[in-house]
Design a protein around this ligand. Structure first.
Ligand SMILES: *Cc1c(COP(=O)(O)O)cnc(C)c1O
Length: 360
């Protein structure tokens, strides 16, 4: 068996310790004689897994008691609809801050349910920067303000918490969730699909302030209804049991790493190394403004596009997998989530240096 360094944007690499635990538990979870995939979600065993995962997540992120934590299905894309359905209340409009492809998609989906306004956007700059808070045109009567804390495709990340005044702040944190401490109390809703930084695809975490519950539109599908799911401990219907369990193992792994402060430090170091190398080279480039660069997804271009295919082929042979950039930006993208070891980033930089020497 040979594991590679997997730079996929999602589904993405998981900690090896977590995969080993899954393997060890697979046929017989703690003497139950069955796999987590095979047990009733209402049984004692799974309920203990679910409760432990929530407790660990609350501890890691320091989630205040006046917030519900939900484990839902339908991905982050499901929450593009879930947010307006649950949060608008008697408001007819919502403000969107659009800093990349995912924010655009979120705004488009919300447009089915309300009047979407663009409070700020960086599309005319090719999504290579963040709009400063002072330039946001927020509406006083918006039901909420939505932003994407990390744009997975463009590699643009907020390293500050926006101020939405009295209007609930909503964040799609799919691709930097649990990569650093976050001020949960500044947000009305935080949501994240698991498959970037937390676990396998299939489970979506929603953290919602309790005073925002109970205002869902009457025609909200029950599986997207935050209040109904909160009352049912996210088990209004069969939850994504296995994905929830693996996410729980990742939370425990994160605690063993020293929690979010420690992982944030490591993530910053990994990103600084890679950007530092790119900036010091004439052969590679990254177009994002330094203050807006993502510590999770690092897109980069080669000086000559014609070398892209060779780069990817040789990287693959060197055990550096899935570096192709998203089609909308081209070039390469190295996703270096929590589970990417520092040695993986070092190996990538060594390969890039050698490739440049041979082709630059
Ligand atoms: C991947 C991603 C999504 C979409 O997630 P799904 O779980 O596929 O719906 C949404 N937002 C961001 C920031 C993402 O990275």
């Amino acid at each position: 068996m040979a594991r590679v360094y997997n730079f996929s944007a999602g589904p993405a690499t998981l900690p090896e310790e977590v995969l080993e635990q899954v393997r060890d538990d697979l046929l017989d979870w703690r003497g139950t004689g069955m796999s987590v995939m095979e047990m009733s979600h209402r049984g004692k065993a799974f309920v203990s897994i679910a409760e432990q995962a929530e407790a660990d997540l609350r501890e890691l992120l320091a989630v205040p008691d006046d917030y519900e934590v939900l484990f839902l299905q339908g991905g982050a894309a499901g929450q593009f609809a879930g947010v307006p359905l649950n949060i608008l209340g008697d408001k007819a409009a919502a403000d969107y801050v659009v800093t990349g492809n995912w924010g655009k998609k979120a705004r488009k989906e919300a447009g089915k349910y309300c009047d979407v306004r663009t409070a700020a956007a960086t599309e005319d700059q090719g999504f290579t920067d963040l709009p400063p808070q002072s330039a946001w045109d927020l509406s006083a009567n918006a039901g909420y303000v939505h932003y994407t804390s990390n744009e997975t495709i463009q590699g643009v990340e907020f390293d500050w918490t926006p101020d939405s005044g009295d209007v609930p702040l909503v964040s799609d944190m799919s691709s930097n969730f649990l990569s650093k401490p976050v001020d949960v109390a500044a947000h009305g809703v935080i949501y994240a699909g698991a498959q970037k930084n937390v676990g396998p695809a299939g489970v979506t975490v929603v953290i919602v302030r309790k005073d925002l519950l109970g205002r869902a539109r009457a025609d909200t599908p029950m599986v997207l209804d935050y209040q109904a799911q909160a009352e049912a401990d996210s088990m209004l219907n069969t939850p994504p049991c296995f994905a929830w369990y693996v996410a729980g193992l990742t939370f425990q792994w994160l605690k063993r790493q020293g929690g979010l402060e420690a992982i944030a430090e490591r993530n910053a170091r990994k990103a600084e190394k890679l950007y530092g190398f790119i900036d010091g080279s004439d052969f590679y480039s990254n177009p994002v403004a330094p203050g807006a660069r993502s510590r999770m997804n690092v897109p980069f271009l080669l000086a000559d596009d014609n070398l892209n295919a060779t780069f990817l082929e040789e990287a693959d042979k060197a055990g550096l997998s899935t570096l192709k950039g998203h089609r909308s930006v081209g070039g390469m993208r190295a996703s270096i989530y929590n589970a990417m070891p520092e040695a993986g980033v070092d190996a990538l930089i060594d390969f890039m240096r050698d490739f440049e020497r041979r082709n630059g």
